[in-house]
Write a protein that binds this ligand. Structure first.
Ligand SMILES: C[S@@+](CC[C@H](N)C(=O)[O-])C[C@H]1O[C@@H](n2cnc3c(N)ncnc32)[C@H](O)[C@@H]1O
Length: 305
C-alpha cells in the first residue's frame, strides 16, 4: 500500500468525484427518511494544501484551485448552482475564507449530512486510519472502520436504513484492481440492489477501460450512468490522463445536473494544449460479455481539443 491521497487531494479527479457525491447526497436529503453513506476507501478526511505532499505535486492547483483558488474566475450561474453543495463543503472546511484545506470524501459527506443520517468511513492504511479517526471520530453520526474495503463492503451491506450511497474509491495501484472493483460491485449489488453506488476509476491506458466497461455491462444493474473527464489525450499510459465514475442507480436528476457542469469542469481543468474531452452516457446492460466486445453506449466521448 504505497498510495497516499495527500499527494493528490483536490486534483481534477477529486473535483469530479466529490461534486457528484455532493449532488447525490443533496438528492437523498429531499426525503426526511435517514440515509447512510458508506465510504470504502476513505483516506484521512482532511488534507492541508500547504503540506509537503500537496506541494510536491501541486495537483490541487489545476483541480479545486481552478474553481475556488485566488485566480479562479467566477463560475457561470447555472454551474455554480449545481456545484453549490460541493463548494459549500469545501468552504466549510476553510472557515477563514481561503483555500488551505481540502476535505476528503468522508468530511464532505458529513458536512452535507443531517443529524439523522450516518456515515461509515473505512480505511486500511494504519496512519491514514489514525488521521481519519482524529478528523471525524468525534462526530456521533460517523463510524470509522479499518478493514479491507472488499471485506467491509460485504459486511456493511445492506445498511439498516435501506437507502444510501456507497462510494468505492480504490487507489488502483495494483494490477487487476479494475477487475476486483467489478467483482466487489457485483457482490455488493447482490446484498443491496437498490443502493446508489459511485465507483471511481482512473483512465491511463484506454484498452483496459474498454474491458472494464464491458464487464460492468454484464453485472445486471439496470441503470448505470458513466461520466468521464479527460484532461489530456490518453497517449501516455503512465499518466492519469482522465478519470471516470460509474454511478449505479443514479437519482433521476443526476444526469442533467452533471451535464450542466461537465463542460465547464473540462474547460477549467484541461491540461494546457492537450486533447481534453468528456463523456456522459449510460452503460447498456448486456447479457454476456462478447469476446473483445464493448458494451453499447448511447453517446460517445466528446473530444474538445
Ligand atoms: C483514492 S484514496 C481515497 C480518497 C477518498 N475516498 C476521498 O475521496 O477523499 C484511496 C484510499 O484507499 C486506501 N486503501 C488502499 N487499499 C485499501 C483496501 N484494500 N481497503 C481499504 N482502504 C484501502 C488507501 O490507503 C487510500 O487512503
Amino acid at each position: 500500500m504505497n498510495y497516499r491521497h495527500a499527494y493528490h487531494a483536490g486534483n481534477f479527479a477529486d473535483v469530479l468525484k466529490h461534486a457528484v457525491l455532493a449532488l447525490v447526497i443533496a438528492y437523498l436529503k429531499r426525503k426526511e427518511a435517514p440515509f447512510r453513506v458508506i465510504d470504502t476507501h476513505a483516506g484521512t478526511g482532511r488534507y492541508r494544501l500547504t503540506s509537503e505532499e500537496a506541494a510536491k505535486t501541486g495537483e490541487w492547483k489545476s483541480g479545486i484551485g481552478r474553481l475556488l483558488g485566488p485566480d479562479a474566475q467566477p463560475l457561470p450561474a447555472g454551474v455554480a448552482r449545481q456545484l453549490r453543495p460541493y463548494l459549500d463543503a469545501i468552504r466549510a472546511a476553510n472557515p477563514d475564507g481561503g483555500l488551505d484545506f481540502y476535505p476528503g470524501s468522508p468530511l464532505i459527506a458529513l458536512s452535507l449530512m443531517r443529524p439523522q443520517d450516518t456515515l461509515v468511513a473505512n480505511e486500511l492504511h494504519p496512519e491514514d486510519l489514525s488521521r481519519l479517526r482524529s478528523c471525524i471520530g468525534g462526530d456521533r453520526r460517523a463510524k470509522v472502520t479499518g478493514l479491507d474495503a472488499w471485506v467491509a463492503l460485504k459486511s456493511l451491506l445492506p445498511p439498516r436504513e435501506r437507502r444510501g450511497v456507497v462510494l468505492v474509491d480504490p487507489p488502483f495501484e495494483e494490477a487487476g484492481e479494475l477487475e476486483r472493483a467489478c467483482t466487489g460491485l457485483a457482490q455488493a449489488l447482490k446484498r443491496f440492489s437498490t443502493g446508489i453506488y459511485l465507483l471511481w476509476y482512473p483512465i491511463k491506458d484506454v484498452k483496459p477501460i474498454g474491458r472494464f466497461h464491458a464487464r460492468l455491462a454484464t453485472l445486471g444493474a439496470p441503470k448505470m450512468l458513466r461520466v468521464e473527464l479527460m484532461i489530456e489525450r490518453a497517449t501516455n499510459p503512465d499518466r492519469l490522463n482522465g478519470c471516470g465514475l460509474v454511478i449505479v442507480n443514479p437519482p433521476y436528476t443526476l444526469e442533467g445536473e452533471i451535464a450542466a457542469v461537465l463542460p465547464e469542469l473540462e474547460r477549467r481543468m484541461a491540461a494546457r494544449g492537450a486533447g481534453s474531452g468528456n463523456r456522459l452516457d449510460w452503460i447498456e446492460p448486456s447479457p454476456a460479455q462478447a469476446p473483445g466486445g464493448a458494451p453499447q453506449i448511447k453517446r460517445r466521448m466528446r473530444t474538445s481539443r
